[in-house]
Design a protein around this ligand. Sequence first.
Ligand code: G6P
Length: 608
Amino acid sequence: MCGIVGFIGKKPAAPVLLDGLSKLEYRGYDSSGIAVYDGSTIQVKKAKGRLKVLSELTHDGATMPGTVGIGHTRWATHGEPSDVNAHPHYNKAGTIAVVHNGIIENYLKIKKRLQAKGYEFLSETDTEVVAHLLDYYYKGEPLEAISQVLYRLDGSYAFGILFADHPDKVYAVRKDSPLIAGIGRDGNLIASDVPAVLKYTRDIYFIGNGEIAELSLDAIAFYNTDGESIEKEAKHIDWDENAAEKGGYEHFMLKEMYEQPKTVRDTISPRLKDNDIVIEELGMTDEEIRAIDRIRVVACGSAYHVGVSAKYIFEGMARLPMEVDTASEFRYRNPILGEKELVIIISQSGETADSLAALREAKEHGNLTLGIVNVVGSSIAREADRVMYTWAGPEIAVATTKAYSAQLVAMYLLAIKFARVNGRLSDGQLKEYITDLKKLPEQIEMLLNNDERLQKFANRYVAAKDVFFIGRGIDYAISMEASLKLKEISYIHSDAYAAGELKHGTISLIEEGRLVGAILTQKDLYKKTMSNIVECSTRGAFILAVTNEENTEIEKIADYVIYIPQTNPYFTNSLAIIPMQLFAYYVAVGKGCDVDKPRNLAKSVTVE
Ligand code: G6P
């Protein structure tokens, strides 16, 4: 999705804007632009394509002098990717410039009204109406004009705004689209996401819905839409600057895969105390936990797959019924929620529009909500009744790996906690589970070290057209994530099937040489899935199997086998997914795909 950066300081703004935008590239974009006040007017430069084009156009910002500016990476929604549709947009006189994330739903109506008043439009975007609307209401008071405009907008937005006759200020405002303000040493900044400002500051304000931030050289003030001043506290973020750098790896995705042992350890260890699971953030007494009779997980993408895996664990281990919904379906379904149902929203960014809307829907029903979130202070983290953070640090690659792994173990911890409190786990079992949890980081590391072998194997599949992943139970959940990883970064069509469902249609697609990835980590389902593998291999499929160490006889049937080390059957997802991530990665690299920024995808999906 689009990215916003703004700067007001003592040094040239353009290089800071370009640098900040480069840290937001991972969000996905197809054009970019910056606006800088040069001492007398606002200069705007925009370009279709990669940020590199804009950097070349401005000689890395050198041709745009000035210390105040705003910048944007655009992911096209209204109007094709082009120079003219790129942001910033501005009024006719060029005295007001705007960058925008989100969608203005009533922009056509506003556009018509403005056209009737004589306003002319250059672009097809929804954003341009905001520049002209600001022009219409601007009588010398930026705060007043911004408030007037906000009253008239429907939809979601985050704006960065410059007024040429208030050149010592940058304005920022948002509704349902993320935006932060940071207090830097050499100036103050705004951005859609923390990595964009990490180089300059770690003291961050999370701008709330309807709050207007007014940045000057040495202060950041906040106002509501009535122009009243608001007190806000900055949060200190621990992420270090290098977390948003590749650190010698070829891609962020590879680096982040290699960070998984740490991520898993960091998420588990603060919650292990005296050989027990302690999740203080839950803020629930044992009695309150026992009162919960059903859990619902709502999420999108890989976070949804974590929910699918968790369903098997909660139902199997804690004997608690769990429903799992994709947020985009849940929010419009008029769902029926039980009174004692806990709603868990899983989200790396904490900003996914559908997940946020689902959270609000659940709250409206009066249900207790828990966010499993990676970004501290994000919208879901702020709005959920309780928050359990995953400690994955910033994740830059669009295709999630380390945040997914952290979410998985957060769900294991919760399941064990619920199982224990509900009397479903003996002391001995609890001890065993904790021992196995502690081993996971090391075991993940071991699997990562296998990457050369997988790279060779993956190279044989760069020309594949279709790949199928099959499994039963938790192995089906793993298949879903394995399939998503492959398709999103390599553009190879792939599908995940519950192995038992193959015979109901998909088997007709199995033919000579077709790659079938089979996951068999569940002892009680092993034989069943084996039969499905045989059905595929007798029809000529090439079988890639991921299974437990002891299942060596699988080599008689499977063509390529990856073994995962011994762990509790509920935790196998954390191990089996590692070779699948590596496989997807090396296929994509072999095909020459833009692994970190796959086409059409965005990291943080802040529009519906
Ligand atoms: C996008 C990302 C996925 C992610 C999903 C949910 O599709 O590409 O990697 O799983 O959004 O994002 P969230 O931030 O809510 O976990």
